[in-house]
Design a protein around this ligand. Structure first.
Ligand code: NAG
Ligand code: NAG
Ligand code: NAG
Ligand code: NAG
Ligand code: NAG
Ligand code: NAG
Length: 466
């Protein structure tokens, strides 16, 4: 287990402040209006107001990172940008230039402080936040995507620069308003997937956006929204793997990633089981690695060939397990095909499950089926079948039975299964004989495990998918 100083500090601040403010519970409110737009491929975005007088832009909403950043100059993709000189509430900081890398692409910028409101998401009263004024990028902005920045909604421990003493936007919102420490998200893809909509709410969740109950699972570490998977099922076949492998080295709920990503070993097993289940075998490796699409005039037939996937999560209810279903309608992603395909009346699909070197990622192809509540105050993430789900059928179930999920948590820097003394002695003797080899192995082991703090990797992966 790594210690997380961001959170300790956070807790200390809360303790010192006591319960000075009365938080107004805003849950179960009116039906919320759609305030998210975008496309599955270029991301979901929201309109924010920054500065005084307010400058208005669209920024992508990303639960897989924690920095807030907006283009500070005109780009070849958009004329609009944040002009801090025109804001009489902007304050420069002396912090070093931040440089945030995603799996592909990066941006660089200076940290400024200014006032933020997002009225459509309950954030009406201005909140002073830190924002990176992006001055340089590579492969970050997407032409015609409509957004010019990113709103990272995860925990303070991921904020860059790492030792700059900065809080996340979520933390600032909760500190400076009466909103509860909750964030909820409904992502709705449309049948054509090109004018998606959705709802993002601060401080509440709106039960009218869900059908049926919300089921809660624990957040195991506050950096990303890091939860545990205790099992995976393809059709009726359980994936036979130590459950720690499912969360190696984390499992995150990430609105900034398009796909469902699984650790390489788990991914290999899942794909091999899917292959055995297929009624028809028209798919080669190019299809599974996402480089080739499958085009058909009868998508429902295509979907019927593929199995449903189940993701099991430990419930906060004693001895219960949550089963999330991911339908082929979600993990086979509609993709723009060639004009000739369109002329033939065919639509094209891409396999949206990918391998990962940084744990499991429940990206938008999973989130689009659910209304997801990030209840930071209770340290839980809740899932309910979304009113705008890809398939309206109930896709979440509560099962009796459980496994001790502690054993599923990926533990870095420590030997997990306790070796007996005898084993240590044998290992010791072995190592003395093979000292040079052991040294090399150990060296590589620790080098690989050294924690590159989660800033950059994994999150916001949709840039890779285009
Ligand atoms: C900042 O701008 C707003 C809107 O233009 C104005 O109402 C306010 O008085 C200005 N504040 C200062 C300190 O200049
Ligand atoms: C963006 O797309 C538009 C329309 O397709 C095109 O005219 C423009 O040149 C593109 N801009 C860049 C920077 O690629
Ligand atoms: C997947 O789940 C849906 C909804 O429960 C069901 O209608 C469908 O038959 C399932 N598919 C398979 C292959 O079992
Ligand atoms: C849960 O299971 C444990 C061990 O099997 C048992 O001791 C406990 O009573 C159960 N709790 C509930 C609420 O069923
Ligand atoms: C979260 O915590 C609050 C206050 O402690 C409590 O009222 C509420 O029921 C909790 N929610 C869940 C889902 O446990
Ligand atoms: C789960 O396992 C951990 C160690 O692996 C143990 O400490 C804990 O008591 C177990 N919890 C339950 C409820 O059995």
């Amino acid at each position: 287990m790594e210690f997380n100083f961001g959170n300790l500090l956070f807790m200390a601040v809360l303790l010192c402040m006591g319960d000075a403010k009365i938080r107004i519970p805003l849950r179960y409110k009116r039906a919320s209006a759609n305030n998210l737009k975008g496309t599955t491929v270029t991301g979901y975005y929201i309109t924010v107001n920054l500065g005084t007088p307010p400058q208005t832009f669209n920024v992508i909403v990303d639960t897989g990172s924690s920095n807030f950043a907006v283009s500070g100059t005109k780009t070849s993709f958009s004329d609009s940008f944040y002009n801090k000189a025109l804001s009489n509430t902007s304050i420069d900081t002396t912090l070093p230039t931040v440089d945030v890398h995603y799996t592909e692409g990066w941006w660089k910028g200076n940290i400024v402080s200014d006032l933020l409101t997002i009225p459509s998401a309950n954030l009406i009263q201005p909140v002073r936040v830190h924002v990176a004024d992006i001055s340089e990028t590579k492969n970050f902005f997407i032409n015609e995507s409509q957004w010019i920045g990113i709103l990272g909604l995860a925990y303070s421990s991921l904020v860059l620069p790492k030792n700059g003493g900065l809080w996340s936007v979520m933390h600032d919102i909760v500190e400076q308003t009466t909103l509860e420490d909750i964030l909820s998200m409904q992502l709705c893809s449309t049948p054509t997937r090109d004018e998606t909509q959705g709802v993002l709410l601060f401080g509440e969740w709106d039960s009218s956006l869900a059908t049926g109950q919300i089921y809660w699972t624990r957040i195991v570490k506050q950096w990303y929204y890091d939860i545990l998977i205790t099992g995976l099922k393809v059709g009726d076949t359980m994936i036979e793997v130590d459950c720690e492998e499912l969360n190696n080295d984390r499992t995150i709920v990430d609105s900034g990633t398009t796909n469902l990503r699984l650790p390489q070993k788990v991914y290999n097993l899942v794909v091999s089981v899917i292959k055995t289940k297929l009624v028809k075998d028209d798919f080669d490796d190019d299809f599974y690695d996402g480089t080739k699409m499958f085009c058909t005039s009868e998508p429902n037939v295509l979907f019927s060939w593929f199995p449903n996937l189940s993701i099991f999560l430990p419930s906060t209810e004693a001895n219960k397990t949550i089963e999330l279903t991911v339908f082929p309608q979600s993990y086979l992603q509609l993709t723009e095909g060639l004009v000739t395909e369109t002329l033939l009346g065919r639509s094209c699909y891409k396999f949206a499950i990918f391998p990962s070197t940084s744990g499991s990622v429940l990206g938008t192809v999973v989130m689009e089926q659910y209304y997801v509540v990030f209840d930071r105050g209770n340290n839980t993430v809740g899932f309910a079948t979304s009113k705008c789900a890809v398939l309206p059928t109930t896709s979440i179930q509560i099962r009796n039975g459980w496994i001790n999920s502690t054993s599923c948590q990926y533990i870095s820097h420590s030997v997990k299964s306790p070796l007996t003394l005898a084993a240590y002695i044998v290992l010791g003797l072995f190592c003395i004989c093979l000292l040079p080899v052991c040294f090399l192995i150990a060296y590589n082991f620790f080098r690989k495990r050294s924690p590159g703090i989660g800033c950059c990797s994994g999150s916001y992966n949709q840039l890779n998918d285009t």
